[in-house]
Design a protein around this ligand. Sequence first.
Ligand code: ZN
Ligand code: FE
Length: 255
Amino acid sequence: MAVIVDVFGARTDNFGYLVHDTAAGRTAAIDAPEAAAIRTALTLRGWELTDIFITHHHIDHVEAIPELKAEFGARVVGPRAEADKIADLDVLVGGGDMVTLGETSFDIYDTPGHTLGHIVFHEPVGRHLFSADALFSLGVGCMFEGAPGPMWEGVKALRALPDDTLVYCGHEYTASNASFALSIDPGNVALQQWAAEVAELRAAGRPTIPFLLGQDKAANPFLRADDPALASHFGLEGADPADVFVAIRKSKDNF
Ligand code: ZN
Ligand code: FE
């Protein structure tokens, strides 16, 4: 009983992911950024698409749903809270629910903020987290729809997952996130080390995904909003971590 994850690029800077349950031979696409990229990945692996797991309603995550559903008859699982914004969902889920792919189970977490109904898929046995635009390496998605409090709570719930969790996010934003993180947290050795590694990977044309959650816990400023050192960088000593979180978010928006 195991899963294989296939990582590929889609659109301009989206990641496409296929998750294959070896026991049952089922394959899920995590989000549907681009039909051609997903079809090519399936062909290279010799897998048949059976499922599509959707994280949020943005076009770069849902555009290929109708085409893939028509071609493969795949079952589409997605956020109940965004069912009115996403066509063709077959199974509606939210935080605390579980969804299966053959013999593999995924726990759903609510991660509101980037969009109000954003969800992520966590596979606890192999320790894979498909975080889409809720959690990037050294960053989080822009807060387009949510509020700071719930967004921080969602991110904190992901931070509570084991350090050896492999995180697969929606976009290759790590290098620019590293520049921002270093600007507000220049003395952080874990951050300096990961930023140097990121620079090497990108120079070699390689993705920074998947990344280790434990490494990001020490380096990602958004995962450290309750660290007094970051609070004091923003002059927010003793403030609610959600307020520090939003200060980091605003600072990144203007970086
Ligand atoms: Zn998005
Ligand atoms: Fe996106």
